[in-house]
Structures are given as structure tokens and as C-alpha cells.
Ligand binder design. Structure first.
Ligand SMILES: Cc1ncc(C[n+]2csc(CCOP(=O)(O)OP(=O)(O)O)c2C)c(N)n1
Ligand SMILES: [Mg+2]
Length: 559
């Protein structure tokens, strides 16, 4: 084996594993890796903040199934990137946080910027470790990739001391990693068919990691053949074409009450892939812990998730893709017995997303108030305007309730939304999406609070020619918290109001196009201009601050 630097071993490992892009904020601790990436082929996106770089890596992992790589430096870089590690964990997204570390000779002295990466990230990541020998880098890196992509995918944090990266080694590369995705046993499928055979009111809950185009197609085939109603877990709306007669809505933070009622009333829940987490289970109330009243089949690739909160009647340790492929290969269970139940669930969904909500009473032009954008109508228009493969990224805030409800996802891998509810995710995720799919339309939707957590990445978008459209939903407040505040402490507003910058001017200052939209009717033309700008573009959507959720006003909350 030729002699090469530790940094080169890192670069070669990325290439060998098909990781064709990485996201960084540079540091002098990992110059050897940067140098090894100098001549390609991995595309290196340099960012303005490590939180954004880490969020980009999360989005890359979710979109490709390969680990998203984020390179940061020592304590300051690693701690700023930590939000991405947390999101990757809650989102089951494969990710590698590579942290340049102080050199071995001074380790443990609290040297300049030193951080015990394994100790800090140990409880947050799937695995965290530190290299101490250049010759063992191939082994360490291969294990990191293996852990990140296998079973329930997740983040791995590795500290790479500066001198380990700079030293040379003749160690040979490891082989490219093949993800380990457990599959379903024939006995599991037999038992599942038995349980379905006894059911009258079955409901599928689909979500979690490991979805592929084929898995999404298999879910559609299986569900439609057996007329199974399919709800999706929190922020997993792209695992089934929302136009399918089987799609009945999402179990999110603002769930359709009729759907929540169906989860309670179901006699068999078939959870295909999701964690049965707090949001998906309506705060652990739609199912009782530890023994749900509904019969439960839980399919999950991570052994630790099975029986963690709920004891299933049938636990299947399988990834969704092999599970659904196996289920598709056996004869479909006839769905005549629950056809009416399934049709009613679909009707509930259609009623929930239509008619589009109007501006809250007291607001809007007709009432003599200022002009505003009706977010529901804007998203409904977008749903029809965007191609099926367009990617929509978002972060956290009440504005996401409109996204989840009024946009319809049609293709697998088109929704990038943090299951951790972390603000600041949308724009970085959109940029990563544009790196992975340069030919697709990519839209980030952000709140005014949310956007400014990673808004500086407009500079990254301009620098790397990542022409995304950012919709900033401006209600002049941290709306979600204001909503909770008005409920708990009516009229006592503190810390939730925002005096915002001039968003279009800010965008223009970064070299992006910027425009404000203050009227629903003006949105379509403004959006088309943004899309055709030939550079990244931001549209500030001025919405009615009174309308705190679709169908709820601040005034009503206070009363
Ligand atoms: C990183 C992070 N910090 C704080 C919070 C708490 N939080 C949740 S939503 C929210 C307000 C979001 O405001 P904005 O983006 O303007 O959206 P809006 O609710 O107004 O639509 C806050 C502060 C969070 N989820 N994530
Ligand atoms: Mg806001």
C-alpha cells in the first residue's frame, strides 16, 4: 500500500463509500483532510456556521441513505454542530461528525479548544470515539460508517487528532461498507396475515428511516391491494403519495382530530418503520403504555425501539424496505371488511385539507386590515405548481402546521423536516438537497424566528450556486411559544415578539434575490420570479399575526 496521510485515508474512505459531498467549517486541526479533498472528487461545501453544516449533513443522510459528513474543528466547532447530531439521532439519519482534535501529545491537559468528544457526544450519538493511531484509521472509519447506516441509522462522532491526520501510514483501505438491514422472517408475515384476518378496523402508521423509492412503491401496492388506510408518523409524509386513496393524513403536532380518533378506535395498528414517539402517539395518549388497547404490530430496524414504550402483539425487527418487499410478495389480505372504515378515513383527510382556510376574522384586506398572505392558499397553489419530485424543507414553528396540512407530498424523499423540532433546519437542508439533486426544484419554508437561526447560509447558497427558494413566513413573533404563552399566561406577552430586519434587503445583501409578498394574489407571480431568478431567492410572506394556527386566532386563545 502506498504511503498516505491520515487525512487522505479519511478522504479515500468517503469516496469508497459513495459519499460525494461533505459539509464543513474549516479549522486548522484538520488541514490534512482539507488538503486530501483538494483535488476531489468529493464536493466540499464550506458553510458559515457549524449548526448549518451539521443540518446539511443530516439532510444529505436522509436523502441518500449514506452518511452525511460534517467536518468541524475541536470544541467550538463540535459544540456548534451538536444540534445536527441531536436531530440526526431523533430522525434516525446516518451522519458522521468528524471533529479535528488537539494533537495527541497535549491531549488531556485542556489544551486550546480541547473537547472530550467521546464523552460529550457519547449519550447523543449512536457511537462516539477518538482516533489515536493513523494505521487504524481505515478500521475506525469503516466502523463509523457501518454503525451510522446499519439497523436504526444515526449519527457517529469521531475525534481525529491533528497529528493522526497529518501522519502517514501504509495501512490498506477497508472495504466499502454494506448497510445491515434486518429483514422479516416468513413466520412474522404469517402472523401478520393472521392478525389482519381478524381485524375490522386496521390502520397502518408508516414512517421512520430506510425508505427507498421501491419501499414507498411497495407500501402503496400493499395498502391499496388490501384497502388499508395509511396514516404517516410525524414528518414522514413522503412515504406514500398523498393522493393515494390509502393516505389518510399525518400524526403530527396539529393532528386532524378525526384521525386521532381513528388511531384510538383502531383494533389493529400496523406501525411500519416509525418509532412510536411522543408526537406520533399524541403525547403517548393515542396508545396506552405499556399495553395498548389496540393490537399492535411494530416493525422497526432498531431492536431497542421494539417494546421500548409499547409491548407489541407482534414485534418485527426489520427495515421497511425488505419488510415491505416481503409483504408484497405474499397474497394480499382482502380488505372488504374494512372498506367503509378506510373510505371514511380518507374522507376525513380530504375534508381536513379542504376548503383552504381564510384569513382570520378581523384581519385581511376585506376587514380593512393590512394585506396579508393566506399561507394555506399559498401552499395549495404551490402543491399544484411544483413538480412531484420537488423537495420541501422546513424547520420548526407554527407555520409548519400549514405546510404539513396543505401541501401534498407525492414522491419519496421530498420532505425534509426535523423530527427533533429543531429550528434552523430548513435552509441548510434545502441547500443539501440542491447538492444531492441539482436538477430539482427545492423550496425551504422558514418562520421569521426559524430563518434567522441559519439565515447566514444564504451566503453559502450564493457562493456554491445552490439556487433554492426560501419562503420566510413573517408573523413578527416566535409564534409557537406565543401560542403556549397565551394559553398559560393570557395577555402577558414577554420574549416572544420579534422586530425583524428587512428580509428582502438582507437577501439582496447576500447576493440573493429578495421580495416581500403582502397579498395572497401576488404570491404565484412572485414565486415564479423567485424560481426564475437564476440565483437563490427569498420571498418574505407577510402573514396575519392573529392567525396563530390554521383555524385558531390569538384572540380566541386568550379568551
Ligand atoms: C433550536 C430551537 N430553539 C428553540 C425552540 C423552541 N421553539 C419552538 S417553535 C419556536 C418559535 C418559532 O418561531 P417562528 O420560526 O417565527 O415560527 P412561528 O411559530 O412564528 O410560525 C421556538 C422558539 C426550538 N424548537 N428549537
Ligand atoms: Mg414567526
Amino acid at each position: 500500500m502506498r504511503e498516505r496521510s491520515g487525512g487522505r485515508v479519511v478522504a479515500d474512505t468517503l469516496r469508497a463509500n459513495g459519499i460525494d459531498a461533505a459539509f464543513c467549517v474549516p479549522g486548522e486541526s484538520f488541514l490534512a483532510v482539507l488538503d486530501a479533498l483538494h483535488d476531489g472528487p468529493t464536493r466540499l461545501i464550506t458553510c458559515r456556521h457549524e449548526a448549518a453544516a451539521a443540518n446539511m449533513a443530516v439532510a444529505y443522510g436522509k436523502l441518500t441513505g449514506r452518511p452525511g459528513v460534517c467536518l468541524v474543528t475541536r470544541g467550538p466547532g463540535a459544540t456548534q454542530a451538536s444540534v445536527g447530531v441531536h436531530t440526526a439521532a431523533q430522525d434516525s439519519a446516518p451522519m458522521l461528525l468528524l471533529v479535528g482534535q488537539v494533537r495527541r501529545a497535549v491531549r488531556g491537559r485542556e489544551a486550546f479548544q480541547e473537547l472530550d468528544v467521546a464523552a460529550v457526544f457519547g449519550p447523543m450519538a449512536k457511537w462516539a470515539a477518538e482516533a489515536d493511531d493513523p494505521a487504524r484509521l481505515p478500521e475506525l472509519l469503516a466502523r463509523a460508517v457501518q454503525v451510522a447506516v446499519s439497523g436504526r441509522p444515526g449519527p457517529v462522532a469521531l475525534a481525529l487528532p491533528e497529528d493522526v491526520l497529518a501522519a502517514t501510514t501504509r495501512a490498506a483501505d477497508a472495504r466499502p461498507v454494506r448497510p445491515v438491514a434486518p429483514g422479516a422472517a416468513p413466520a412474522d408475515l404469517g402472523r401478520l396475515r393472521e392478525l389482519l384476518g381478524q381485524a375490522r378496523r386496521p390502520l397502518v402508521i408508516a414512517g421512520g428511516p430506510g425508505w427507498t423509492e421501491a419501499a414507498a412503491a411497495d407500501l402503496r401496492t400493499v395498502a391499496e391491494a388490501s384497502r388499508l388506510p395509511v396514516a404517516v408518523a410525524f414528518r414522514s409524509q413522503d412515504v406514500l403519495d398523498n393522493r393515494s386513496p390509502s393516505y389518510v393524513g399525518d400524526l403530527g403536532t396539529s393532528v386532524n382530530p378525526a384521525l386521532a380518533e381513528r388511531v384510538r378506535a383502531a383494533d389493529l395498528l400496523l406501525a411500519v418503520g416509525p418509532r412510536l414517539g411522543e408526537i406520533t402517539t399524541g403525547g403517548y395518549r393515542l396508545l396506552e403504555a405499556p399495553v395498548p388497547r389496540q393490537r399492535l404490530v411494530h416493525v422497526h430496524p432498531g431492536l431497542a425501539e421494539l417494546g421500548r414504550v409499547y409491548q407489541p402483539d407482534l414485534a418485527v425487527n426489520a427495515a421497511v424496505a425488505p419488510f415491505l418487499a416481503a409483504l408484497r410478495s405474499v397474497p394480499a389480505v382482502p380488505g372488504d371488511r374494512w372498506a367503509a372504515w378506510a373510505e371514511a378515513a380518507r374522507a376525513n383527510y380530504l375534508a381536513w385539507v379542504r376548503p383552504w382556510p381564510a384569513t382570520a376574522p378581523g384581519g385581511g384586506r376585506d376587514a380593512g386590515g393590512p394585506e396579508v398572505v393566506d399561507l394555506g392558499q399559498a401552499l395549495a397553489w404551490l402543491r399544484d405548481r411544483l413538480p412531484d419530485d420537488a423537495i420541501l424543507a422546513s424547520g420548526a414553528g407554527n407555520y409548519t402546521a400549514w405546510v404539513h396540512r396543505y401541501f401534498q407530498f407525492r414522491r419519496h424523499g421530498t420532505q425534509l423536516a426535523p423530527k427533533s423540532g429543531a429550528m434552523g433546519f430548513g435552509l441548510p437542508a434545502a441547500l443539501a438537497a440542491k447538492v444531492v439533486h441539482p436538477g430539482r426544484t427545492v423550496v425551504a419554508v422558514a418562520g421569521d424566528g426559524d430563518f434567522l437561526m441559519t439565515g447566514q447560509e444564504l451566503a453559502t447558497a450564493v457562493q456554491h450556486h445552490l439556487d433554492v427558494v426560501v419562503l420566510v413566513v413573517n408573523n413578527g413573533m416566535y409564534g409557537t411559544i406565543r401560542m403556549h404563552q397565551e394559553r398559560a399566561y393570557p395577555g402577558r406577552v414577554i420574549a416572544t415578539g420579534l422586530d425583524n430586519p428587512d428580509f428582502p434587503a438582507l437577501a439582496e445583501a447576500y447576493g440573493a434575490a429578495g421580495e416581500a409578498v403582502a397579498d395572497t394574489a401576488a404570491f404565484p407571480a412572485a414565486f415564479d420570479r423567485a424560481l426564475a431568478a437564476g440565483r437563490p431567492a427569498l420571498l418574505e410572506l407577510r402573514v396575519d399575526p392573529e392567525t396563530i394556527t390554521p383555524g385558531m386566532t390569538l384572540g380566541a386563545l386568550r379568551r
